[in-house]
Write a protein that binds this ligand. Structure first.
Ligand code: PXP
Length: 237
């Protein structure tokens, strides 16, 4: 299972004082040295954390893989096509939310998503759809030409009992298996942390996890290098 690090929170901290510290680009480079398989950033329409300068510099400087989370809107699609991340992950975006709250409803947006995927493919960018772990969304994602799906793990991560956690894990397991059958690569993320990763890592069909909050929070205490290495040790068991 590969591990990609979402560094949006570093930009949130920087922007809190309108200064240039801490710099998400520097943090990305240290995280790469510590062993992450890729860097994830979400260029939001309101630019509340990551900005265009960050994405352009990351594109130039990182040597792993850049995964750009984004809404399927014209302005951001144009920027993505210009900058050229390896992967664009399409997510629903609401201004009022603290973080992305759930997956895209593929069936309700099928034509628009299909056209966005075509546009990104023309710029040689692979496309992932952030979706809930249900079969209909997975089948629809494959039909419209997505290369990856990213399964939303928020419900699993917020489970209040072992039973609920187990039920959610099973949903994710079945969803990932179906996606694999259809030839999709499978990412997963949201709320994964140093505890719940211990059961999550058993899912054989998950290719990659995208983790932000838990690792950046840990980095405030032990530093980014150590926080990343601790997570890698857990993922590799
Ligand atoms: N995947 C997606 C699509 C997200 O929007 C986020 C949050 O930015 C994550 C993964 C990472 O979630 P967390 O910060 O809870 O680890």
């Amino acid at each position: 299972m590969r591990f990609t690090l979402n560094i949006d929170h570093i930009a949130t901290l920087r922007n809190a004082r309108g200064s240039n510290q801490p710099d998400p680009v520097t943090v990305a480079l240290i995280a790469e040295q510590a062993g992450v398989d890729g860097i994830v950033v979400h260029l939001r329409e309101d630019r509340r954390h990551i900005n265009e300068r960050d994405v352009r510099l990351l594109r130039e400087l990182i040597t792993t893989k850049l995964n750009l989370e984004m809404a399927a809107v014209d302005e951001i699609v144009k920027i993505a096509c210009d900058i050229g991340p390896e992967l664009a992950t399409l997510v629903p975006e609401r201004r009022q939310e603290l973080t992305t709250e759930g997956g895209i409803n593929v069936l309700d947006n099928i034509l628009h998503l299909k056209n966005t995927i075509i546009e990104l493919h023309e710029a040689n960018i692979e496309v992932s759809l952030f979706i809930e772990p249900d079969i209909e969304n997975i089948n629809a994602s494959a039909e419209i030409g997505a290369d990856f799906i990213e399964l939303h793990t928020g419900v699993f991560s917020n489970a209040l009992s072992e039973e609920e956690q187990y039920d959610e894990l099973e949903k994710i397991r079945l969803a990932a298996r179906q996606a694999k059958k259809l030839g999709l690569s499978v990412n997963a993320g949201h709320g994964l942390d140093y505890q719940n990763i211990k059961v999550f890592r058993e899912l054989a069909d998950i290719d990659e996890v995208s983790i932000g909050h838990a690792v950046i929070a840990r980095a405030a205490i032990v530093g980014i290098d150590e926080a990343v290495k601790e997570m890698i040790r857990l993922i590799n068991n």
